[in-house]
Design a protein around this ligand. Structure first.
Ligand SMILES: O=C(O)CCC(=O)C(=O)O
Ligand SMILES: [Fe+2]
Length: 237
């Protein structure tokens, strides 16, 4: 479109929004948020279908069905981490020059998280040996976290990732997370195809409401899955 027409069109749009007042603008913002949520939900469902296929589960929508359900308990969280300067009174202190924790160590309790951030780093994930690895920030990329429920439903084949977010000493960090969750009354259990004599079910079935209640009674960093391990299975998560 020629630049002149584009300017005219934008000017017309601005004039219309001014005339329509703040409710026009808030409706535009609201529909942008709804469109974003719909898009990331679709992405989460596609990823879950591919995971089910990769695990050779005949019903490939076994996981995504829980998110497509009209009663799905999914949510979006916006995080803002204001800059936190590195204040160092004692230059020899071991905590000197360390970025402050903005969001403490935890795993996401739902099925899958679709996370994005601005171009300021801070997200770190924990490897099996406990080492923390920074995730390179890229506003054009999604970071996908396996949640606790997916660990249960894949009988431990996919492991919910422990992560935390550090603040930056001079830049503001923003992140936006879509947590794909099932309906509150959904029964969370491993599909029968994934249970074999050598790999029996690791977790007792439970509802998402029961899991949420248990999670809220614990602290952010506590490992909640240990509460649902099969009897006699002494491992913590
Ligand atoms: O800000 C981030 O990158 C992580 C946020 C997060 O882990 C969460 O909201 O659960
Ligand atoms: Fe998280």
């Amino acid at each position: 479109m020629p630049r002149r027409n584009l300017i005219k069109r934008n000017w017309k749009r601005q004039r219309r929004s001014r005339a329509a007042g703040p409710s026009y603008l808030s409706n535009v913002r609201l529909s942008a948020v709804s469109a974003y949520i719909e898009a990331v939900r679709e992405l989460a469902c596609e990823l879950l279908d591919l995971m089910a296929e990769g695990l050779r589960i005949p019903d490939r929508s076994v996981f995504s069905r829980l998110i497509r359900d009209g009663d799905s308990d999914s949510l979006v969280r916006l995080n803002h981490y204001p800059p936190m300067p590195l204040l160092c009174k004692d230059k020899d202190s071991s905590t000197c020059n360390q970025n402050k924790v903005g969001f403490g160590e935890h795993s996401d309790p739902q099925i899958l998280t679709i996370l994005r951030s601005n171009d300021v780093g801070g997200l770190q994930i924990s490897l099996h040996d406990g080492a923390w690895v920074p995730v390179t920030p890229d506003p054009a990329t999604f970071c996908v976290n396996v949640g606790d429920l997916l660990q249960v439903m894949t009988n431990g084949r996919f492991v919910s990732v422990r992560h935390k977010a550090l603040t930056n000493s001079y830049k503001s960090r923003m992140s936006m997370a879509y947590f794909a969750g099932p309906p509150l009354n959904a029964r969370i259990a491993v599909p029968p195809e994934m249970i074999t004599p050598t790999k029996p079910a690791l977790y007792k079935p439970f509802t998402w409401a029961e899991f949420k209640k248990a999670a809220f009674a614990l602290r952010l960093g506590d490992r909640r899955l240990g509460l649902f391990r099969m009897e006699g299975d002494e491992q913590v998560a």
